[in-house]
Structure formats: structure tokens, C-alpha cells
Write a protein that binds this ligand. Structure first.
Ligand SMILES: C[S@@+](CC[C@H](N)C(=O)[O-])C[C@H]1O[C@@H](n2cnc3c(N)ncnc32)[C@H](O)[C@@H]1O
Length: 230
């Protein structure tokens, strides 16, 4: 074998790894009204404060796709709505929906490792409506009898979900996140072929979020116009 490996040893300065780790979870200001804080934060305040215990599940607010979905949720509004959160991870979107006045929240997640974190996070927040968690594959989900669907997953999952939704009589609006700006034209073409509109598209860095609705849906909910890019 060509080449030789050599190694040297040097002492690493002693660090308090708990402090170092916690620094990665600073509060996240999502909108003027909504902030996500780690569970140990007792000082930050906001009109709507979401408490999350950083754990194995995705969804601390540090990813743009989560923030975009929450911004769209706030702008679209969900007061009194029946909300379905597909790919719930930490439960951050389900919690946001409950705090924003949803009448019912059902969350679906296939990773059993997320369950504990999801339940912990529900307890950390004083929720008007407690989201129900269903452990299962969203690609097998067929019950779209609701008003609003939240999906922050990859295009590989988002695109088939749009087809499943379209096969039902549901008139729910969908907030789809987890897409890249490069996916924009494919998303629009896919939606057009299904008789769906992409009513609002917003981005943060290379991440894209859209509100998708049936073309024949009426009356439309409040329009999201701020930051629209289509
Ligand atoms: C990007 S994370 C989003 C988490 C959270 N909703 C948020 O917005 O931050 C996507 C989540 O979807 C879950 N997921 C991916 N594919 C899934 C599938 N086919 N069925 C159910 N959950 C799925 C992942 O395990 C992960 O928790």
C-alpha cells in the first residue's frame, strides 16, 4: 500500500461540552410574533413562544424549511382549522398550529425515535389543543379530511403526497416546505398537471415553501403576498 500515516498527540483544552452544545441552540426568531426557544431558556419572551427540547427529532427552528413553514402558517392563519402535520419530527409545526388557534391537530411521523421528543415538547408548551400523534408512513396516509396540511419533507415525499391528496375530495390548503428553489418549476408543473395552484411561494436562502390549493377551491383563504416569488 502506498503512503504512510503518521499521528501526533496533543492535549485538548478542557471544555464544558454541555455549554458548547447549548450554544448551538440559541432562540430562533421566526416572525415578529413567533420565537422558538430551547427548553432551558427561561428569559426569552415573545407573543407566541414555542419551547422545544433539542433531541433526535428534526425541528428546532434552526432549519430554514421549518421557519418557512411556520411563516406560511402564520400568514395563512389556522384559527379554528383542522390541521394535519405530515412528517412531524419534534412536533414544532403541530405545536405552532395549536398555539395559533387550530381546532384539531393530527401529526404523522414514521420514525419511532421521534415519539419521545414529540411528547416531551407537547408537555413543554401550554397548548390549547393537544396534537395527536400517529406513527406511520405519510405515503400511505389517505385521510385529508381537514382544512390545512403541513408538509416539510423532501420532494421525494412531497410530490406523491400531492397526488394522494388530489385523489380525495379534500379542499384543504397545503403548506409544502423542504423543497429547494431548484424544485420550483417542477413543483409548478406537477401542481398544474394535478389541477392544483401554487398560490404563494416564499424562500429563505436556497429553500422554498409553497401554498398549494385546488384550482376550483373557493373561497380562498387569506392571500399570502409578502415575499411571494412566483
Ligand atoms: C424535515 S423533517 C420536518 C420536521 C418538522 N415538521 C419541521 O418542520 O421541522 C421531516 C420529518 O418527516 C419524517 N418523514 C420523512 N419521511 C416520512 C414518511 N414517509 N412518513 C412519515 N414521516 C416521514 C422524518 O422522519 C422527519 O421527522
Amino acid at each position: 500500500m502506498a503512503g504512510r500515516l503518521s499521528a501526533t498527540w496533543r492535549p485538548v483544552p478542557k471544555e464544558d461540552w454541555e455549554v458548547v452544545w447549548r450554544k448551538d441552540f440559541e432562540p430562533v426568531t421566526v416572525t415578529a410574533g413567533i420565537t422558538i426557544v430551547p427548553d432551558w431558556d427561561t428569559t426569552t419572551s415573545a407573543p407566541t413562544l414555542i419551547r422545544i427540547r433539542p433531541g433526535l427529532a428534526f425541528g428546532t427552528g434552526h432549519h430554514a424549511s421549518t421557519r418557512l413553514a411556520i411563516r406560511a402558517l402564520e400568514q395563512l392563519g389556522c384559527r379554528g382549522a383542522r390541521v394535519l402535520d405530515l412528517g412531524s419530527g419534534s412536533g414544532v409545526l403541530a405545536i405552532a398550529a395549536s398555539l395559533l388557534g387550530a381546532a384539531r391537530v393530527v401529526a404523522v411521523e414514521h420514525d419511532p425515535d421521534c415519539q419521545g421528543n414529540f411528547k416531551d415538547n407537547l408537555k413543554l408548551n401550554s397548548l390549547p389543543v393537544v396534537p395527536q400523534l400517529v406513527v406511520g408512513d405519510v405515503l400511505e396516509w389517505t385521510d385529508f379530511d381537514c382544512d390545512l396540511v403541513l408538509v416539510n419533507i423532501s420532494p421525494k415525499v412531497v410530490f406523491p403526497i400531492l397526488e394522494h391528496y388530489r385523489r380525495t375530495n379534500s379542499r384543504a390548503s397545503l403548506i409544502v416546505s423542504g423543497l429547494l428553489t431548484d424544485d420550483q418549476s417542477r413543483l409548478k408543473a406537477h401542481c398544474r398537471s394535478l389541477g392544483l395552484t401554487t398560490r404563494a411561494l416564499q424562500r429563505e436562502a436556497e429553500w422554498l415553501c409553497a401554498v398549494v390549493e385546488r384550482r376550483d377551491r373557493q373561497p380562498p383563504g387569506p392571500a399570502i403576498s409578502a415575499g411571494e416569488i412566483d
